[in-house]
Design a protein around this ligand. Sequence first.
Ligand code: BGC
Length: 367
Amino acid sequence: MFKSKKLLAFLLVFVLAASVIFAGCQSTKDNSSTTTSSNSSNSSSSNKSTDTTKKIKIGFSLPTMREERYQKDKAAFEEEAKKLGAEVLTQGANNDENLQNSQVENLITQGIDVLVLDPQNAESAATLVDKAHQAGIKVISYDRLILNSDPDVYISFDNEKVGELQGEYLTKLVPKGNYFVFAGAPTDNNATLFKQGAMKYIQPLADKGDIKIVFDQAIKDWDPNEALKLAENALTANKNKVDAILAPNDGTAGGIIQALAEQKLDGKVPVTGQDAELAAAKRIIAGTQSMTIFKDVRVLAKNAADIAVQLAQGKEVKDLAQVNKTVNNKKIDVPSLLLTPVVITKDNIDKELVDSGWFKKSDLYGN
Ligand code: BGC
């Protein structure tokens, strides 16, 4: 009797121990598929979405932090990711493609789940997409399209439209005369699209002979100092005879307007821009720059962070609600989200840039 009780107790302990070991095996199995949720109904869908222990890590690689906008991209991206419980590693590459390569390689070794890449060089960044994919990391092409590659998603503005808005504005204001046509960095696909859009308006008038394009050049790395030098030379070469200037962004417009000021031509020759930088907004108020394009990068960055987190959680691209079109990058049709740019002039500057919280009224007008 005593012996069989002992045997029963032994068997009980054995069964208990076996079930504990079995349960342990089960949870290790879930761990390996990165599902560590304690909620058993969740754990049946074994994907990253139910991972409550491992923090999602996102690599955010920007080509530069020089233009004011990139501080806003960074702040909005990090704020949204934090809200969603993700960690962000942000890097700026100082307009140096080799630096961006090594920064991205470093992000990959740090175990990021998603790479959000704004490429310094549209073509060579394709190798970074491949490297990320080889490590099982999804890639979002951010603001600038990565060409000849397979990014999972592209999030940007309608960049051809940006150029159209610049070209339309300038040709309406100055339908005849001498034009300086500046373009952004040749390594940036956006620069190509901006120019393409603007030329839809400028070229037909040039073909008619109403507009004479007396200067037509791209600005390496979007460098404002380079823009200043090019504008100085173009003014000299044309004996200051210029009626309108297409400047691709506010940074380069700043350099060009400085060259005009040296000849006391600032405020006399219409100049375009883009990015709604504070200095440009002040120039618009002062009358030395005609317009800028407002791209609310806070919205861009927020969407990118949302999508990055969803991809990290295992969501399929086709199920992403915001991604509603495709853009061809010379290799594939990349699933895309393109936001709408807005023209800013003296007339709507307060409504668009102050009411939206982009600037404080005191930033623009002093106190
Ligand atoms: C961006 C612009 C920016 C420029 C220079 C472009 O790709 O779309 O907003 O001014 O790069 O950084």
